[in-house]
Design a protein around this ligand. Structure first.
Ligand code: NI
Length: 164
């Protein structure tokens, strides 16, 4: 296994639109192991392939207290959503920035699991937020896009300075 480099906002590749995975092969499974290891090492609860510079529709999430409940979503899609919730979000690609974002409260989503089998599931609360946040990454979207331009500019300048 290997740790992958996480791209930091405003890296242009965070704007890439990820491609669907045709078949889940050992290559994807190996990559997913590395993604999970990278997420755990960074103490994150979610990571999208785009964030490590790979334009594939793959997400790993683990919101469990003991980091022992890995959820792997391949080609995830939200097929139904209901209600709204507002929660403070952060992102491994936007270090040390937290801001409130409005999301759907409940979602129904479908994806392929590690075996390439289609799965449909419901989520609410934190898991629903995570799935929406990570799917945004696959569409080239970062949570700071939901903030005002002024706030976003401030965050961009701060992170550009840090990463010089
Ligand atoms: Ni993120």
């Amino acid at each position: 296994m290997a740790l992958l480099d996480i791209l930091v906002y405003p890296h242009p590749r965070l704007r890439d639109i990820a491609y669907k995975v045709d078949t889940v092969t050992d290559e994807e499974r190996e990559f997913i192991k590395n993604m999970a290891e990278t997420m755990y090492a960074a103490s994150g609860i979610g990571l999208a392939a785009i964030q490590v510079g790979v334009s594939k529709r793959i997400i790993v999430i683990d919101i469990s207290d003991n980091s022992d409940d890995l959820l792997v979503l391949i080609n995830p899609e939200i097929i139904k959503h209901n209600g709204i919730q507002i929660c403070e979000e952060g992102c491994l690609s936007v270090p040390e920035v937290y801001a409130e974002v409005t999301r759907a409260k409940e979602i129904t989503y479908k994806y392929l699991n590690l075996d390439g089998k289609p799965v449909t599931q419901n989520a609410d609360g934190l898991l629903a937020i995570c799935v929406q946040h990570e799917i945004d990454h696959l569409d080239g979207k970062v949570f700071v896009d939901y903030l005002s331009r002024m706030k976003r500019d401030r965050i961009r300048k701060k992170l550009l300075k840090i990463n010089k």
